[in-house]
Design a protein around this ligand. Structure first.
Ligand SMILES: Cc1cc2nc3c(=O)[nH]c(=O)nc-3n(C[C@H](O)[C@H](O)[C@H](O)COP(=O)(O)OP(=O)(O)OC[C@H]3O[C@@H](n4cnc5c(N)ncnc54)[C@H](O)[C@@H]3O)c2cc1C
Length: 482
């Protein structure tokens, strides 16, 4: 039992307490409750959900996703697929295409569910693109299960090896070598940018390939009623299993928790080091403190008088728009960010929720959601650079702006202490930290203290709303609760 004095809690010890109600914290609690364990979640904020947070940031009647917006991993994740979230109110809103990638003097590239249709639009690279992804489409659940977890023996070793051999290549040189034309290169460059890594790093191709592959398995959806609806459904299911959630309680010491057999932290490694310092070996705490978080984001949300006037109107068919032009431009922008600079032409991630979910804006109006990567801790306003990029592909955009709301790295960190320096995906996911997050251990969810576990996006498989970190952490904890 963890030390628990002074504690306001008088009842019998729980099996588990989860600190933090992000998607990983909630999935961890659900897995524990499904195994018949008593569990409570303690959340610092008044709202549950962590990165699953929606709010009226601009004008009355407009609902914005404060953090996560688009959820291919949410529908494809083995952890989520196992949960009856529709019965608990979750409705996905699907676009016609997952990604649109506008280009300067030609039609936009679309990532569509159909591999053949996507490829057909890639000019000289149609066959090469099709050949790259065809081997991974049959029984994709096996590959996804292998990719979305810690290092272990794969269930589909041959396909995993094939994926790994191509995925390990640095994206910039790989895609320049493999594809002849700007269109395929640009499409995969936009997908690579989700890695928040310079494009010359090993395994950046894998990130691009995973994101592109998900676009051939589902149309990247948004959650009807805002990303908060995902958290609401997870919480409702957890409560139906007997789990409880306490909000408005920031944990600053493990002594503040109700007595429990295990504690799972849906927090940054930094917080695990701070909260667990007296109960963890010094060497482990030192390694937690060496964890690298990577760049942050500068984000803008808009109330708009109408749809974004993309030069190519088909861009409105996609939930996500990758704005940044060619592979060379996007790679240069991301490289500048990694070197601590603010590019003049940043790569901008745009999500068009209100095109597919009418609950987000008054009739005839639209929301706008966009962000770019910035150096960790940056306080520089990137509004001008972002809007210049949007105007480049959607002239007249600024005329539609009714209101805008900006968030810097410090705003994200204030909202959620897991966003260290404004980092949005739980920390750098490069070769050295992807599988060894938060520190190298056979079971990365466990700690040297048998009662403490970490279940946040700072564990494998890393950032995103998929709940897999929570799922693996819960099963690690369940072994101790036998
Ligand atoms: C701007 C932005 C855009 C994103 N876009 C997407 C996207 O489109 N799609 C996608 O899949 N992912 C996206 N992500 C990433 C995704 O939101 C995160 O990877 C995911 O939310 C991580 O979940 P988590 O459970 O690990 O932690 P979090 O969601 O960070 O939740 C952690 C929770 O723990 C609480 N907490 C922390 N410390 C304490 C404490 N000491 N005491 C009590 N409570 C505490 C926090 O308040 C928070 O509620 C985005 C993130 C951001 C910030």
């Amino acid at each position: 039992m963890l030390k628990s004095n002074p504690s306001p809690y008088q009842h019998d010890p729980l099996d588990a307490v989860v600190i933090g109600s992000g998607p990983n914290g909630l999935v961890a609690a659900i897995e524990l409750a499904r195994a018949g364990r008593s569990v409570t979640v303690v959340e610092a904020r008044d709202q549950i959900g962590g990165g699953l947070h929606s709010a009226a940031l601009t004008l009355p009647g407009y609902l914005h996703d404060v953090c996560s917006a688009c959820h291919p991993m949410g529908v494809l994740s083995p952890a989520f697929q196992n949960l009856p979230l529709a019965e608990h109110g979750l409705r996905w809103a699907y676009p016609q295409a997952s990604v649109a990638h506008p280009l300067d003097d030609e039609p936009a590239v679309l990532l569509q569910r159909s591999l053949a249709e996507t490829a057909a639009d890639l000019g000289p690279d149609a066959r090469t693109y099709e050949r790259l992804f065809t081997p991974f489409l049959p029984r994709p659940e096996v590959l996804l299960a292998d990719l979305l977890g810690p290092l272990r023996l794969p269930r589909g070793p041959l396909r995993m090896a094939r994926f790994g051999l191509q995925g390990m290549l640095p994206a910039a040189s790989h895609f320049r070598w493999r594809f002849k034309g700007a269109r395929a290169r640009a499409l995969l460059a936009g997908c690579t940018a989700h890695s928040i890594l310079p494009f010359d790093r090993l395994f950046t191709s894998a990130v691009a390939m995973i994101f592109a592959l998900t676009g051939h398995l589902t149309d990247w959806p948004v959650a009807t009623g805002g990303s908060q609806s995902i958290a609401a459904a997870l919480a409702s299911y957890l409560r139906s299993l007997g789990g409880t959630i306490e909000t408005g309680r920031m944990i600053t010491s493990l002594d503040e928790l109700p007595p429990s057999r295990v504690v799972l932290l849906d927090t940054s490694p930094d917080q695990l080091a701070r909260l667990g310092e007296s109960q963890l070996p010094t060497g482990y705490v030192r390694r937690l403190r060496r964890f690298r978080y990577g760049p942050g984001v500068f984000k803008l949300d808009y109330a708009l008088a109408g749809p974004i006037p993309w030069r190519d109107p088909r861009v409105l068919e996609a939930s996500t728009v990758h704005v940044g032009g060619t592979l060379d431009e996007i790679a240069a922008a991301e490289s500048e960010v990694s070197r601590g600079r603010h590019p003049d032409r940043p790569f901008v991630m745009v999500v068009q929720q209100s095109q597919f979910d009418p609950t987000r804006a008054p009739a005839g109006k639209q929301t706008g959601y966009m962000y770019c990567h910035v150096p960790a801790g940056s306080d520089i306003d990137q509004t001008e650079a972002i809007e210049r990029q949007i105007e480049r592909f959607a002239p007249g955009f600024r005329d539609l702006v009714l209101a805008r709301h900006a968030m810097r790295t410090s705003d994200f960190e204030r909202l959620n202490p897991n966003c260290v320096g404004g980092a949005v995906t739980g920390g750098v996911a490069d070769l050295y930290q992807l599988f060894t997050r938060p520190v190298a251990r056979l079971d990365p969810y466990s700690t040297p203290n048998p009662r403490l576990f970490i279940c946040s996006a700072s564990t494998p498989p890393g950032g995103g709303v998929h709940g897999m970190c929570g799922w693996f952490a819960a099963h690690s904890a369940l072994k101790r609760l036998r």
